[in-house]
Write a protein that binds this ligand. Structure first.
Ligand SMILES: Nc1ncnc2c1ncn2[C@@H]1O[C@H](COP(=O)(O)OP(=O)(O)OP(=O)(O)O)[C@@H](O)[C@H]1O
Ligand SMILES: [Mg+2]
Length: 421
């Protein structure tokens, strides 16, 4: 790399951030910015082009006109999907990279307002495995799309770094002795791990890649936890598990695939297609108990996915600090108000926790590192705030070796440091 300046950028499933290192060597941060884009059919340039709203502006605009607009969230989870070619928003065809480019551009414009001109070269985070990637070709597709998105946002050159490796650089920044560290970065879409030797001595190495012993990841994180809350708290009140009378008089179960879409934020608006709405109208008409399906229709017709997401978020956050919480959601005929115990939540996300544990144990085994050899464990990312996630590491490494913090900024800060080195 030449000695031209570059910045660090963490494009996250839920939150994105940019970091640029100042003259004192400290990363200065822009963000976190919510990784969401909203469109209003009336908000256009004179040429007719839709003007996107991003981050908090997108939330505000959404709450203003709700289902009359369109909201795109968790776009990162589609990057590795061959099936996502383009989507039509109010008469304009958009590629995925254009949505992502809008978020990156908003981040850059905000950063420029604070720090002045921003370099057009970036060190960019990537998960170890992208959500939905089954093969190497899918990972390559995701990286090509990300590169194009950065180019659309005005970045001429990007270099990718694993997100947990970036978090390791952030953690290293505060260490005064070399240590073998395990990093766990739990985000919205993916949980990623790296084993690395970091510290002042390691920093002096010419090839930093030698400090990394190994990395691995799973495409299960906060969005999957949300999905489980929806499955257990919401779907049963919208007709999941109910029955309807078929035209031939048979009593059949309401199809469960409808509720699968409900469990993924970026899929809820798919339910608004004419075909699916037709199915829902028929089901409501024929349901043995039409009430829950009427509530489901209300949710889909009014595109309440984002409102539902916010309610789930409130409950999930409350369960991170208390043993009991309530899930509350109210909109028209759709009223849900139920208590939730942390113990139940932990049982619902049992499969995800197990997959995370397998991934960590596999990484240790593959690198030949025994848990006793790990000096420090650094847990970061929003979903590391879930107590059951932390407990997986307490069981393996004990409380004293675990450090936490900078949940929403460690990856961007580490990318900034990598960009400056
Ligand atoms: N207090 C909390 N308790 C539990 N989960 C939380 C809490 N705060 C935030 N989260 C979850 O953390 C996730 C977002 O974390 P973060 O910003 O680190 O992800 P991201 O970097 O956008 O995603 P990824 O790294 O997977 O691309 C969301 O799923 C959010 O619901
Ligand atoms: Mg992240």
């Amino acid at each position: 790399m030449s000695d031209e300046l570059s910045v660090g950028i963490d494009f996250g499933t839920t939150n994105s951030a940019l970091a640029i290192v100042d003259a004192q060597g400290e990363p200065q941060l822009e963000g976190p910015l919510r990784s969401i884009v909203q469109f209003d059919p009336e908000r256009r340039e004179p040429s007719g082009r839709l003007i996107p709203a991003v981050g908090p502006d997108a939330v505000e605009a959404w709450l203003d006109i709700r289902a009359d607009g369109r909201l795109i969230q968790s776009a990162k989870s589609f990057l590795a999907s061959k099936l996502f070619l383009s989507t039509n928003v109010f008469g304009t065809t958009f590629s995925l990279e254009t949505f992502v480019g809008y978020i990156l551009r908003a981040l850059r414009v905000r950063a420029e307002a604070r720090f002045g001109a921003i370099p057009d070269r970036a060190v960019v985070g990537r998960p170890v495995s992208f959500a939905g990637a089954a093969a190497r070709a899918d990972e390559d597709l995701a990286l090509r799309r990300l590169t194009r998105a950065f180019s659309e946002a005005g970045f001429r050159e990007v270099r990718f770094e694993y997100e947990p490796v970036a978090a390791a650089w952030h953690f290293e920044h505060a260490l005064d002795a070399d240590a073998l560290v395990l990093i766990g970065d739990f985000g919205g879409g993916t949980s990623d791990f790296s084993l690395a030797r970091v510290g002042p001595g390691e920093r002096a190495r010419r090839r930093r890649s030698e400090s990394i012993l190994g990395s691995d990841g799973v495409a299960l994180a906060g969005d999957a936890f949300d999905g489980k809350l929806v499955r257990h708290l919401v779907a049963p009140r919208l007709g999941r598990g109910d029955t309807f009378r078929s035209p031939f008089g048979k009593v059949l179960p309401v199809p469960t695939w409808l509720y699968g879409h409900l469990e993924r934020w970026n899929h809820v608006s798919f339910l608004r297609s004419r075909d699916t709405l037709g199915i829902l109208y028929d089901l409501q008409r024929d349901a043995v108990d039409p009430g829950p399906l009427a509530a489901f229709l209300h949710l889909v017709e009014n595109d309440l996915g984002f409102e539902l997401y916010r309610a789930v978020q409130v409950t999930k956050e409350a369960l991170s600090t208390s043993d009991e919480a309530r899930f509350h959601f109210r909109d028209g005929p759709l009223v849900i108000d139920v208590p939730v115990a942390r113990r139940d939540f932990e049982a619902w996300i049992g499969d995800e926790l197990e997959a995370v544990a397998r991934c960590v144990d596999g990484l240790l085994a593959r690198t030949g590192v025994a848990p006793a050899d790990v000096d420090r464990v650094f847990l970061t990312g929003g979903s590391s705030l879930v107590p059951a996630v932390r407990r997986l590491f307490e069981e393996r490494f004990g409380d004293a070796r675990i450090a936490t913090g900078s949940e929403f900024t460690s990856v961007a800060r580490g990318l900034g440091l990598a960009a400056a080195s």
